[in-house]
Design a binder for this molecule. Structure first.
Ligand SMILES: NC(=O)c1ccc[n+]([C@@H]2O[C@H](COP(=O)([O-])OP(=O)(O)OC[C@H]3O[C@@H](n4cnc5c(N)ncnc54)[C@H](O)[C@@H]3O)[C@@H](O)[C@H]2O)c1
Length: 376
């Protein structure tokens, strides 16, 4: 029976509340799913830790992250905790984890669940795309470098490599193979999002993209400029399946993606490498909501479902796969049936109430599914 060791990092701001909410659901998973054992090690790290001890991620925490089967992070960063150069502590910790764990693919689903609002009037056919952000290179390769000359010129270098591009594009096509295509007609499609009309680095990214695409003749491939894509995501959101792009473009378009499916509280993510993976909501620490039990926990709950799905792939574990799918189904049923919503989604429910309600749906679902029934 597999026993997965999960490191949890509650972080700062609303992070601990969102993580506690996801843990409520994962406890229900543990009760219901015979053959799935999750052991959790919770560590303090982040901006508050930096404020107290001068270090954001202690070495023993990083070592545990590298040893773990997966890492579940809520959110880190506080705008008032800064390093002497004026930058926040948060990027140092996030980039440190990504580099140490080799997390080259950031998978950011943009999915409109039935019963959830969208600000668009163009989404009748549904929204279900994935933004795949290259997570180690691009403009972020410059993190920790960059230079300022004579207080008059500043620069950061954007770096695209063949190796980095091939692996993330290949990941994109493998992801498209697993999915059921774009909502409008079920066509599987991977789109390269770039700025190849202006920059040689992006023309190279696009060239490598189409080389890799040749290995996947059954999946449609095309390319669009990033400025146009920010328009298409709003005007034709059901036409897109998997969008693969450079780091900074992915950082920006994933927030646009969250906006069209009712906000960051609905935006989970998975950051995946060859040997490690980290799961976290796409949102930050929303300091103005912290400690009030009002944050939307759904992005963190869906991130934990993505974690189980990744463990299932990695260990060929049908139980973990079923558990991950059923968390997403429970969230979908809760959103379709329920009246409860947190403030960001126009309701008054607390973080805990949402998590308890989703756990109840999960348990009820499993009571009627004999294959998953055991310890309830
Ligand atoms: N990966 C991360 O941990 C991560 C990502 C982004 C920002 N940050 C950090 O978070 C801090 C705040 O940054 P920000 O304000 O730009 O971004 P943010 O994501 O914290 O907040 C942006 C907006 O979304 C709302 N929001 C976010 N998550 C929500 C949730 N779960 N429920 C309800 N509303 C939610 C906030 O109230 C705010 O209006 C900064 O210190 C930043 O560095 C961390």
């Amino acid at each position: 029976m597999p026993n997965y060791n999960i490191v949890t990092l509650p972080g700062d701001g609303i992070g601990p509340e969102c993580l506690d909410a996801a843990m409520l659901v994962l406890e229900a998973v543990q009760k219901c799913c015979d053959g799935l054992t999750l052991s959790f090690t919770r560590h303090e790290a982040g901006s508050e830790h930096y404020r107290k001890y001068g270090v954001a991620i202690p070495e023993h925490v990083l070592a545990d992250c590298l040893k773990a089967d997966a890492v579940l992070l809520a959110a880190i960063g506080l705008p008032d905790v800064r390093k002497p150069d004026g930058t926040e502590v948060q990027p140092e910790m996030m980039m440190g984890l990504r580099r140490a764990m080799g997390l080259y693919a950031a998978v950011r689903p943009v999915k409109l669940f039935p019963g959830v609002r969208t600000p668009l009037n163009t989404a009748d056919e549904g929204i279900d795309m994935v933004i795949l952000r290259e997570n180690l290179e691009g403009l972020f390769a410059s993190f920790g470098g960059g230079c300022i000359l004579n207080d008059s010129v500043a620069s950061d270098i954007l770096m695209i490599t063949r190796e980095g591009t091939e692996r993330v594009v290949d990941f994109a096509f493998r992801l498209a193979e697993k999915r059921s295509g774009r909502p409008s007609d079920g066509k599987r499609k991977v789109t390269c999002v770039d700025k190849a009309n202006v920059f040689r680095s992006f023309a190279f990214f696009r060239k490598v993209f189409f080389e890799v695409a040749e290995r996947y003749p059954n999946i449609e491939s095309d390319a669009a400029y990033v400025d146009a894509m920010s328009l298409y995501m709003v005007t034709t959101p059901s036409q897109w399946d998997v969008l693969v792009m450079e780091n900074q473009f992915g950082d920006i378009l994933s927030d646009l993606g969250a906006a069209i499916v009712d906000g960051l509280g609905m935006a989970p993510s998975a950051e995946i490498g060859n040997d490690h993976a980290l799961f976290q909501p796409s949102h930050g620490t929303a300091p103005q909501l912290a400690g009030k039990n009002v944050a939307n926990p759904i992005a963190t709950i869906l991130s934990s479902a993505m974690m189980l799905d990744w463990l299932a792939d990695r260990h060929d574990d049908a139980t973990a796969r079923a558990a991950g799918n059923r968390i997403e189904q429970a969230v979908a049923k809760f959103l379709a049936d329920g009246q409860l919503r947190t403030v960001d989604q126009g309701g008054t429910a607390s973080t805990t109430e949402i998590a308890e309600a989703i756990s109840k749906v999960f348990i009820a679902q499993n009571l009627s599914a004999a294959t998953m029934l055991s310890k309830v």
